[in-house]
Design a protein around this ligand. Structure first.
Ligand SMILES: *Cc1c(COP(=O)(O)O)cnc(C)c1O
Length: 381
């Protein structure tokens, strides 16, 4: 059987062997409840705190500012709903963008239902928001701005520095979905002056079902999972100890290999796009070529249906994505591609390839050769 070639790292990643091994004791003999006061429990409380410290070190915040959650979606919910609900007496207006992940967009819809007003900022043809439009959108009821650091579909990296200056100028809280950023961009919450961020373990070779929110000390926020006293009363539920240990190990490894990985992913991506452009006509590259996630390439092939393309690739044991994973299976074209002005027909022919640390040039070569053949065949038919 043909070897599996995986190019969908924005959807999820294979857990690192070292992460897996670090978790094993917490899936077996270290089974105590971290809230118990005997040794078997305290041991796990200690493991959680070590992981919290590793994360705080990595993103430059205090360990007390980290709240473990079940992943990126829950972190987005916690940051946006939590801050909105706790600050509703100050105002009911929130600003976000049209290209956010559905964990943000649907959270905003829920808040609209509760009476909040949401502004969804436009983006330009590369996926950047307009800073003047952001500034104009702020009014005296604005309490929160939520803008993703890097887009999961087209890889565009926003200018968080400038966005953060505007948020500070008007004293509006700033949250950023950093799920795609960790491992790809250095996230320093102090330097960027961020009030809250969301992160997910499985996007950077950690386990699924674990994530964290950073929420700056002193910012009022309400919990959204009610129950016991875990996470300083801000997120109830017995801790996912193995997951917490795993995400701590994963962020440590991501930092250690940061430079090496960026170089590798950039090389793979440049090789891919150069060979694609040289061999296949009628291609549109989506997103910006400079301010872009190193491993991301998103293109539209005119006259090609993305879902058929994915099936053809799958039959060659190649994993890639058409649009976002969440909207795959539906016929709707990606909301991100529509927002950058790609027309519906062309948007349906999109292919997102996201490289990872275990991909090699030979794998990319096979991908390009397959694409040349498949697209030639589809366009002839
Ligand atoms: C994957 C992803 C999420 C959701 O994270 P989960 O851990 O899968 O819930 C949120 N935002 C972005 C940008 C993502 O890529």
């Amino acid at each position: 059987m043909e070897k599996l070639r995986y190019f969908d790292h924005a959807a999820t990643t294979r857990m690192d062997e070292e992460v897996y091994l670090s978790m094993l004791p917490y899936l077996s003999e270290n089974y105590g409840n971290p809230s118990s006061i005997y040794s078997l429990g305290k041991l796990n409380k200690e493991a959680i705190n070590v992981s919290r410290m590793k994360i705080a070190n990595s993103i430059n915040c205090k360990p007390e500012e980290i709240y473990f959650t079940s992943g990126g979606s829950e972190s987005d919910n916690l940051c946006v709903k939590g801050i909105a609900l706790a600050n509703r007496r100050r105002g009911n207006h929130i600003i976000t963008t049209k290209i956010e992940h559905h964990a943000i967009l649907n959270t905003c819809k829920f808040l609209e239902y509760l009476g909040f007003r949401i502004t969804y900022l436009n983006v330009d043809s590369k996926g950047f928001i307009n800073l003047k439009e952001l500034e104009r959108a702020i009014n005296r009821n604005t309490i929160l701005i939520s803008i993703m650091m890097a887009n999961n579909e087209i890889g565009t990296i926003q200018n968080m520095n400038e966005i953060s200056k505007i948020a500070k100028k008007y004293r509006v809280y700033l949250h950023s979905d950093c799920v795609q950023a960790i491992g790809n961009i250095k996230v320093d919450v102090r330097k960027l002056n961020l009030d809250a961020i969301s992160v997910s373990g499985h996007k950077f070779y950690g386990p699924k079902g674990i994530g964290f929110a950073y929420i700056r000390e002193g910012i009022p926020f309400m919990r959204i999972i009610d129950g016991g006293h875990q996470e300083k009363d801000k997120r109830a539920g017995t801790e996912n100890v193995a997951g917490i240990v795993g995400i701590g190990k994963a962020i440590e490894i991501a930092d250690k290999n940061f430079d090496k990985n960026i170089v590798k992913l950039t090389n793979l991506r440049n090789y891919y796009i150069a060979n694609l452009v040289n061999n296949i006509s009628d291609i549109k590259i989506n997103g910006d070529l400079e301010r872009r996630l190193p491993g991301n390439m998103n293109v539209c092939f005119r006259g090609v249906d993305g879902s058929i393309l994915i099936q053809e690739l799958d039959s060659r044991r190649i994993c890639a994505s058409s649009g976002s994973a969440c909207s795959a299976g539906f016929l709707n074209p990606s909301h991100v591609l529509l927002a950058i002005g790609v027309n519906e027909r062309l948007a349906r022919g999109s292919l997102r390839v996201t490289f990872g640390k275990d991909n090699e040039i030979e794998d990319v070569k096979y991908l390009v050769e397959s694409l040349i053949e498949i697209i030639k065949r589809i366009r002839k038919a």
